[in-house]
Design a protein around this ligand. Structure first.
Ligand code: NAD
Length: 298
């Protein structure tokens, strides 16, 4: 199947690479020419706009950093909606259910099906094909593209209701945001009290406090102080805000989520939107006057 791919960032490029390696002809677009050139070197064909991608491929996937970018790519004057060949649009980005529903409605008016399929599993999962994909939309469309999605990881069909995959993803990411914030806070507390952070993480991982934050993010990017996990603070804050919006729209209490949200807003102010989200520990360290350094000589 001829595929298009828009948004070749931290997630998009490794995902596109897996599709090329699976033998799919792939037409790509990104606003950054340097990254398009990298994909062309791997075997992709460059397009001049999302519309150009949708003129040349029947299935178009996107992995974009904001609600605004997803709307523009899908519905803009040079967007997928204007493409002559496209039959379905699969948005792998996290945009929340409201935006996904709006995009789905407008594409449907032009006979283009939409599947929202946000993903979890990070840059490592994108490269290895071990992502979790949370898909919603027409089931017959899902069945057509399931083998493609299976190349990227494990697709879960959440519901036929547009945006349901997005709600599922926001729930998952609020938990991930909470685990990283909470683990950062308790490890800083332990270090302030005199504990060794590497020993703490080892013990937590053998005990009942283990989460993906302690199993993966701390050993990979915080204890070595490399802060290079591959997910930007700005994107984490986007997801926490989207969760809070959806929970508040449902009239639900958000005691935990609101506290987690306040911490992430602080990280955004202190470290900036482009910082890696593992820098969440830095403002907590600064307030405590300690550094969580797990390097052998540290
Ligand atoms: P990124 O910022 O690294 O990549 C986004 C890419 O989109 C960039 O290459 C950018 O140039 C391009 N882009 C922006 N606006 C565009 C436009 N209008 N037209 C074409 N290209 C455009 O972001 P990322 O980390 O790859 O994340 C992408 C999406 O996946 C986000 O919604 C994010 O929340 C989600 N996500 C990321 C991760 C992760 O670990 N990085 C994990 C799960 C989900």
């Amino acid at each position: 199947m001829d595929l298009g791919f828009i948004g070749l960032g931290n997630m998009g490029l490794p995902i596109a690479t897996r599709l090329i390696e699976a033998g799919h002809p792939l037409v790509v677009f990104d606003t950054r020419p340097d990254i398009v050139a990298q994909a062309v070197d791997l075997g992709a064909q460059a397009a001049s706009s999302p519309r150009d991608v949708a003129d040349r491929a029947e299935t178009v996937l996107a992995s974009l950093p904001s609600v605004l970018a997803s709307r523009e790519v899908a519905l803009g004057t040079d967007g997928v909606i204007e493409g002559r060949r496209v039959e379905r649009f699969i948005d792998l980005s996290t945009v929340g259910s409201t935006a996904a529903q709006q995009i789905q409605t407008q594409l449907a008016q032009r006979g283009i099906a939409m599947l929202d399929s946000p993903v979890s599993g990070g840059v490592g999962g994108a490269a290895k094909g071990t992502l979790t994909l949370m898909v919603s939309g027409p089931r017959d469309q899902f069945e057509i593209v399931e083998p493609i999605l299976a190349r990227l990881g494990t697709p879960f069909f959440v519901d036929t209701k547009p945006g349901a995959g997005q709600t599922m993803k926001l729930v998952n990411n609020l938990l991930a945001a909470t685990a990283l914030a909470a683990t950062s806070e308790v490890v800083v507390m332990g270090v302030k009290a005199g504990l060794d952070p590497s020993v703490m993480i080892e013990v937590i991982n053998a005990g009942s406090g283990a989460t993906n934050a302690s199993r993966d993010k701390f050993p990979k990017s915080i204890l070595p102080r490399s802060f290079d996990y591959g997910f930007a603070t700005g994107l984490m804050v986007k997801d926490v805000r989207l969760y809070l919006e959806e929970a508040e729209a449902l009239g639900l209490p958000t005691e935990v989520a609101a506290a987690v949200g306040r911490l992430w807003e602080l990280v955004l102010r202190e470290e900036g939107p482009e910082s890696d989200f593992t820098t969440a520990i830095k403002p907590i360290e600064a307030a405590a006057g300690v550094i969580v350094d797990g390097r052998p000589s540290g």
